[in-house]
Design a protein around this ligand. Structure first.
Ligand SMILES: [Cu+2]
Length: 139
């Protein structure tokens, strides 16, 4: 089945190309941890640049192979600073449009943060992504 192998390779490179485009389109906040993901997760934080206090973290969850948004996921966030000794902050995201989720996360200190995004999909699968939020400002 040489043909089948070739076409799946071709699809793989297409996915990579599309992901690269999506990252360029959506800017620096886009971060992917899998080489050929089943899902595309677009993450944004506002305000930008981030400041101490409540921030809005939005994400768009897309089923890459079906090319459609993933509705009905349970999305939770955990924010940690990159240095030791800080209490993590948590938030639960609400779906505001199909596949679009939004949460308010409270950056309690200036500096570099890492936001862990956990998504439990309606079909039972779980997704995890990290988002670096560097240089949260004090003012
Ligand atoms: Cu800190």
């Amino acid at each position: 089945m040489t043909f089948g192998r070739e076409s799946s390779l071709a699809r793989g490179s297409l996915v990579v190309a599309a992901v690269a485009c999506a990252c360029a389109l959506f800017g620096v906040a886009c971060r992917l941890t899998e080489p050929t993901p089943d899902f595309l997760v677009r993450l944004d934080v506002s305000p930008s640049p981030p400041r101490v206090g409540p921030a809005t973290v939005s994400l768009k969850l897309i089923d890459f192979l079906a090319s459609k948004p993933v509705s009905g996921a349970r999305v939770t966030l955990e924010g940690n600073m990159t240095h030791a000794g800080m209490t993590p902050v948590f938030a639960e995201a609400k779906e505001f449009e199909p596949g679009g989720y939004r949460a308010t996360l409270d950056f309690t200190m200036a500096g570099d943060w890492v936001v862990l995004v956990h998504a439990a999909l309606p079909d039972g699968r779980k997704l995890e992504r990290t988002l670096d939020v560097k240089g949260v400002r004090a003012d």
